[in-house]
Design a protein around this ligand. Structure first.
Ligand SMILES: Nc1ncnc2c1ncn2[C@@H]1O[C@H](COP(=O)(O)OP(=O)(O)OP(=O)(O)O)[C@@H](O)[C@H]1O
Ligand code: SF4
Ligand SMILES: [Mg+2]
Length: 356
């Protein structure tokens, strides 16, 4: 079942230089029990997508979508109260800067207790309710791997290391027993041991609690170690989407290939001290977008047809937006969807197992 279903999400934001289209027809689905990754370099629009889902964008920014639903309920057109209710109970978010998301003036124990919905506390005398709240908070800390709860519950946010604050953010996010956890670059700048702990924790929660996770990151190694499927964003657009195994094995979009090539761990035969591959240039600013395909000026495969924006094409469960997808015979490229499917190599068209 689709929990989050996003189709053609566009966002127009006001900047000093006028209105710009920061998100352009982003589409993806997060299914129940799935870990879905949203990947893209800095400035590709990942956090804007998260904010659009949770309704944290300024009112004066215009948001348009054919579909933006949670369990079939339209998030854009529902009342403020309904949406708040969904965000309070069903969808939890951990942002990329844990320390700035915590209140600096309140002790951590009190912040965790405050995040527990009142309906989880049974009626009774106030000291009984306080005890219940404290027990639940301690249980949440244990769940995220913090055993020494006494040490941290009396601390203020500035007194704790970043790995602990990230785990505390996850504990607070889990307090309402949500169906969906959105982790927005929550492992950014973590050292590898802590990152592994947090990734393991997410996988464990996914397996044991059937928690669906939207894992937003630009760290391909983390993504491939935990996610089932991924959607690649570039400059506010979806460029490729599909199962992680399939995108790793046979990326169709030059940008996805460039992302994989730039990660040393995916280059098996990389000789020592050899330079890492990287796309030339940088992501364009939203005020100066190129005509046609947004990757055009940086794309090694660009041709004159690329001045027309490529449509999103679909082969089996694999979507891509490129006139010249990789792994296709060159004379068959730039064709209609039917022609592309007909001319696709057998393993891409699904006639043969891609992992043979
Ligand atoms: N409040 C804002 N006002 C103007 N532009 C914004 C605002 N927030 C984001 N943007 C622009 O929208 C684009 C996407 O930003 P976003 O924060 O979603 O990127 P991101 O993919 O999350 O990057 P990162 O990996 O660095 O977190 C960027 O070009 C950014 O400059
Ligand atoms: S459409 Fe053209 S420029 Fe864009 S990614 Fe494909 S080949 Fe490159
Ligand atoms: Mg971000």
């Amino acid at each position: 079942m689709a929990l989050l279903d996003i189709k053609n999400l566009s966002l127009y934001i006001e900047t000093a230089n006028g209105v710009v289209k920061a998100l352009d027809k982003i589409s993806f689905v997060l299914n129940e029990g799935e870990i879905k990754a949203l990947v893209g370099e800095s400035g590709s629009g990942k956090t804007l997508v998260v904010k659009a889902i949770i309704g944290a964008l300024p009112d004066y920014w215009q948001i348009k979508a054919d579909r933006l639903t949670y369990k079939g309920q339209d998030l854009i057109n529902m009342s403020y109260e309904q949406r708040r209710q969904i965000m309070r109970r069903d969808i939890a978010v951990v942002f990329q800067e844990p320390t700035s998301s915590l209140d600096p003036s309140v002790k951590l124990g009190d912040q965790i207790e405050e995040s527990i919905p009142p309906e989880f506390i049974n009626k009774g005398w106030f000291w009984e309710r306080n005890k219940q709240r404290k027990d639940i908070a301690i249980g949440l800390l244990h769940k995220v791997g913090i055993r020494n709860h006494k040490k941290w519950m009396n601390c203020f946010p500035h007194e704790i290391p970043s790995n602990v604050s990230q785990k505390i953010m996850i504990a607070m996010a889990l307090a309402s027993e949500p169906s969906v956890l959105i982790a927005d670059d929550s492992t950014r700048s973590m050292e590898s041991t802590t990152k592994t702990q947090v990734l393991r924790l997410l996988v464990k929660l996914n397996k044991t609690k059937n928690l669906s996770i939207l894992f937003v990151s630009h760290d391909l190694l983390s993504i491939t170690s935990i996610a089932n499927s991924m959607t690649v964003l570039y400059c506010g657009q979806t460029v490729e989407s599909g199962k992680v195994r399939s995108l790793l094995k046979r990326p169709l979009h030059p940008y996805t290939k460039a992302l994989l090539d730039s990660a040393p761990s995916f280059q098996i035969s990389l000789p020592s001290k050899s330079p890492l591959k990287a796309l030339k240039g940088t992501i364009p600013s939203l005020q100066n977008l190129p005509t046609g395909c947004r990757l055009g000026p940086r794309c090694p495969n660009a041709r004159k047809e690329c001045v027309v924006a490529p449509p999103m094409r679909n082969i089996q469960d694999h979507q891509y937006a490129c006139h010249y997808p990789l792994h296709f015979p060159s004379h068959k490229k730039h064709a209609t969807n039917e022609m592309v499917l007909k001319s696709a190599p057998e393993e891409i068209a699904g006639k043969k197992d891609i992992y043979d």
